[in-house]
Design a protein around this ligand. Sequence first.
Ligand code: 13P
Length: 247
Amino acid sequence: MKKLAAGNWKMNGTKASLAEVAALLSAHGQPACEMLLCPPATLIAAMAEAAQGTALKVGAQDCHPKPQGAHTGDISAAILKDAGASHVILGHSERRTDHGETDDLVRAKAEAVVDAGLVAIVCIGETEAERDAGKTLAVIGTQLDGSIPMGATAANLVVAYEPVWAIGTGRTPTLSEIAEVHSFLRGRLRGLIGDEAETVRILYGGSVKPSNAVEIFAVPHVDGALVGGASLKAVDFGAIVEALSAA
Ligand code: 13P
């Protein structure tokens, strides 16, 4: 399976930020891993144009569960595909918190993404209080069961484990904590979708940076990363792409 380095720009980036994409492609045009950036929706079309004919794929950060209709301000998977997106991040903890997204809604969105022929990147992760209470595996197991789409395959689903307390904080779980969760998720996926689970990419996300990427990518069942802050700069994201390519 090809590993995946995915960048989530969150609510950052203007047209001027496309200079980072050009810099990334000139220095890391042929990585051994898959490379994806998910900018704000306003930049998807321009980034997809800049990425045409290169190894870079472009994704979105959310979508509506319906294909079209009277939903002011929302964007459907079909519209994102038309703009040039190949992947959609769903159920990020910031959306679960800021917009009250439930597992049911995340699953409906993921099914819309799969129906549109795109790849769903489904995010799950425990809060610090849940980890401290020893509930990490119970919480992420429930989220996984409830959030992945019907008919999930290794081609249409990526799972991203992002402990909420590690996002944007500079803190990460220990390598053995990451290993425990990723191996648990592989087993749980096996129970849900059988052998197909072996090649579903399970990404780690939360304060991934050039200085910790090599050790995190050596952890079993870590098949890539979902990177926030460090994906905004070509030099940092490029270093992470190289670390994953060498893993
Ligand atoms: P940071 O890499 O900034 O911690 O963000 C992780 C994340 O939320 C990616 O989706």
